[in-house]
Design a protein around this ligand. Sequence first.
Ligand code: 26M
Length: 822
Amino acid sequence: GSSDERTRTGMSPESLKRAFVDSMFYVQARYWEVATPHDLYMAAAYTVRDRMLERWIRTAETYRKADARTVCYLSAEYLLGPQLGNNLINLGIVDSARQGARDLGIDLQEILDQEPEPGLGNGGLGRLAACYLDSLATLSIPAIGYGIRYEHGIFDQKIVDGWQVEDCDLWLTNGNPWEIPRPLLRYPVRFGGHTEPYTDEHGRFRVRWVPELDLYGMAYDTPVLGFGNDNTNLLRLWHATAGRSFDLQAFHKGDYYGAVNAKVGAENITKVLYPNDEPEVGKELRLKQQYFFVSCSLQDMVRVHLQHAPNLEGFHERFAAQLNDTHPSIAVAELMRLCLDEHGMDWERAWEITRRTFAYTNHTLLPEALETWPVELFGRLLPRHLEIIYEINARFLDELRMRYPFDPERVARMSLIEEGPVRRVRMAHLATVGSFAVNGVAAIHSELVKSTVLRDFHELWPEKFHNITNGVTPRRFIQLSNPDLCGIITDLAGPGWARDAENLRTLEPHADDAAFQQRWQAMKRAAKERLAARIREATGAVVDPQSLFDIQVKRIHEYKRQHLNLLHIVALYHRIKQGTDSDPTPRTFVFGGKAAPGYFMAKLIIKLIHSVAEVINRDPEVNQRLRVVFVPNFNVKNAECIYPAADLSEQISTAGKEASGTGNMKFSMNGALTIGTLDGANVEIRDAVGHENFFLFGLTVAEVERTLAEGYRPWEYYRSHDELREVIDLLRSGLFSHGDPDLFRPLTDSLLQHDPYLLLADYPAYVEAQARAGDAFRDPAGWTRMSILNAARTGFFSSDRAIREYCRNIWQVEPMPVSLAA
Ligand code: 26M
């Protein structure tokens, strides 16, 4: 009846309350007196989920009826973060929910805190995919996110004696209310075996793949709400289960336990997320994961296509498939295989459809990060795909030889196969050749893609190359994480800014208004107090919300130069101890970030942060002016508390190394000023906020190149710069390592001997920029003005703008609004 229906769809506090009580009983099977906080969370989540389903189903119906062109975002990572708060915002029922909870004597925040976060990503790349899902739905774009349902996402970081210790992520153990299992939506995925030629019934030469192993991918669907509309898109994640063949094996061989073991092996494919910045780990399983999710996703797309069409002709008109880095680029070979082997298409037609389906986003220029797979491994797991890649390559190289008859070196450079003692498949080349568009993720990065890693390809196909500067969703990173800022903006700009971030400019004329500045400062102050409380809870450290909060949170990596930040901190310490300090601005340095488990230097940097913190924080001569804290387990939940509290955002990578960065945008939108290099999106952030509102330092990309080309000698900086030498000598003195001069030797040796990321070359400029920042902070009105202007001028970095650009310039897809009313 209609009252039942309202229980599932009504948005008033009354309806939400009724639904919540109902879910507690009928879904959680609990009554009040015994309900745990987790039960409260589950009941709330189901209450909210019910309210998403009508939209979701209506959306599927609308897209299907319209036969709408659909974006398929293929990504091995989605760093979604907690869902409940975000879904309340996108449904527009935060106030209703808070009221309903209060009526029941429950604090909504306590419920929100219960949610374990789906950390199905490593960092920037995975979080970008999550922001893009939010924007796709918000812009009413028909879109499906395809990925992997890892049982264990990114590890939990614990700190023991200053060292990182990894702990298993258990996000699924208490159940995931947001996903809907689809046990009947399964596709077979095959591995291994061999190929054999045969002649089909028309007398044509064909190839058959006789695999050794097959398993199934089962779909788990998560609805993704748009904000301010009724569109609700689909995130479809694949879970691996063993196929029937495993049972048959046992039957034939009489080896029951052996067969069960093999089955367990098959199910391992979606067991765990791999850290992306670890060069040589988990090789084989990682390639299996990639092929597994790509194969399931393409089979799913083919199934949908064949509901509307008799064959695969026109597949590229129905779908635009975006490859989020090279991780899913095996899709190029898999779609070819489906067209050729399973749908009997000829090569030319199959290749045409394939190349018109895919577009590829590059997310890194670091040579050690460019994905290649040994041909031997590839051929063992995917013999048919290797054949197809060889054939793509043979035809491509023929074309190249025709075009560049006197340049065999160029032809070899562009080959999909790297020749050498170990022959390897170059996944970036496969993605580039198999796509109609290639893009970088910030203006400077896209230029570097064209002039470095894909230079030859750019010369061949200049029109294929694009830039789409990354963006982040203002719903999660302003509205959800910074409610006070949200209130300020809404009072001035009206509620429209959350769908049109350019409206943030409404703040600009108020940058010097004293009353407005006061409100702004109170907002910042409250956020800093919340972070201080969180830090105290997590680490026991006490920090002063009045001090300058100077924050660097991101994955720990030498190219991101957390240790450059540390050199500056040790310099400040040293000056205070020497009595030569001229920067009396009290500062709290906050660090956070995970190191890849096998990346020794990154782990040593974490240890050094803790060691410096220990010495500084307990020294009464210093700790009134400086505090250093490391927030353990930096994840989306912690991030939401950190960005709003920052005064100064550290974006200090070596120029040319950070493809874009997205944390830089989140900080700036929340009114932090940036101290940064001309790297990634920093360049565009600085242009957007005004050069006078950004603390720039460091070598440019061209200067980095020149410095390295001329034979960079870091020890000359050490020799000639007194303070730098004293700082490095302190690190080597044992002062920060209980007298052990060797503990940080690997770090200081690396800096003095090679310093591949030019910390010493950039050190003087960094310290000088820090002094400017410290001085500026002592003028509250001036600082607040700059803070306001940062927030006002960063609307460009909304992921809505980025997705609009993808839609227009790459995907050629139009919005398809959904109406619940109809
Ligand atoms: C691999 C081995 C050894 C060292 C590093 C790596 C490695 C580094 C980067 C592997 C993959 C990497 O790139 C993927 C990635 O996460 N890129 C990030 O993508 C974000 C979204 O576009 C950008 O904002 C970041 O700048 C970029 O690093």
